[in-house]
Design a protein around this ligand. Sequence first.
Ligand code: GTP
Ligand code: MN
Ligand code: MN
Length: 394
Amino acid sequence: QVDESKEVESIVPSYACQRRTTLENHNTVFTDALSLLAENAELSDEDGRGVAFRRAAAMLKALHSPVTDLLQLRGLPCLGGHSLRVIKDVLENGASSEVEFTKQSERFKALKVLTGIFGVGAKTAERWIREGIHSLQQLQDSAHTLNRAQQAGLEHYDDLNQPVTKAEGDAIGEIVAKAVMSVLPGAQITLIGGFRRGKLTGHDVDFLITHPEEGREVGLMPKVVSWLESKGFLLYQKTTRNSYLESKDGPARPSSNMDRFERCFSIFKLPEDEKQGTKQTETLTDTCSLTTPSLVKDEGSESTKRANLKPWRAVRVDLVVSPISQFAFALLGWTGSKLFERELRRWAGHEKAMSLSSHALYDNTQSKYLRASSEEEIFAHLGLEYIPPSERNA
Ligand code: GTP
Ligand code: MN
Ligand code: MN
């Protein structure tokens, strides 16, 4: 046992961006428990605690075998006292009492249900819960006016809470590619987010769009959105210019082309036949009618599924447009996982005196931006071994 712990100790660096984390997780019993506590902390405005649990879970995900004894954890990084207590509880009792208690708490259940609505964050959910709103029905019965995003989120609640498959992601990729090619031939589309990391399902589908000629991507997003809207593919969309100037984690604005960075949060209407590869894009607007929201019961998914005869499904899609000069940074920044990204930025700041964002890498020591045209170059600038997307599942 002592030998084993020594061996494990020597192979786990403390930053997630120094580790290779595949989707093969030998410690799901612990990481599920810690992730739930992380989620609860994040939903309760306790981000510090949330990150601590996420880091502990990510470290365990990188281990090559199941943890069966607390002794094996000696010398491993990222494990605070609280996380260790949770792991100990699971090892000794098969489950963590804190996790079980949290799962059953009315507050956590309500937070989950309400933040499960697209457009509803922890703060809004918290406010509603204080007013006694714990369910979708109670929300609908309340006098609250919902914004456009929340209305769409409520309307498509069941669809949006059903995981998106890789096949659905690919089908949407074909539609997005068609849209982009129609409005700007020569533009390039890259699947990012969880699917780029090899995940089989996700909560949405993410795409990064660029053009090999700097500047040609300007104004692209509104055209893509118009094309998609005209074909009836969008149930909801909100396009925003980049928020780079306001962001706190990025370096100062490096040049005027920064405000070209655009993104679109959308809800796609994916036809069932499109999923099977038959294209009927031209008739979409005619054949698809709006269905009534299936929100009569909180957990009425079985009955609503049976009643759900619509020939399409709602899917969350994120589109990002980047100028080619920032493409590598955007690609790295939008591939995730969220914790991997956070750790990359922490590594850059704490270990290298650099500021990393999805736009650029700034070296504070040399007082200059470091250029890169590939993810490999960015890892090299950061003094990190290159980690491919499939091993960024921290
Ligand atoms: P699933 O969608 O559940 O499969 O997980 P995912 O890893 O794809 O997560 P998500 O779609 O939420 O985000 C994908 C990546 O985009 C993650 O690495 C996030 O850190 C990143 N991301 C999300 N929102 C923003 C944002 O506002 N700005 C930047 N720069 N990155 C973001
Ligand atoms: Mn995603
Ligand atoms: Mn996303």
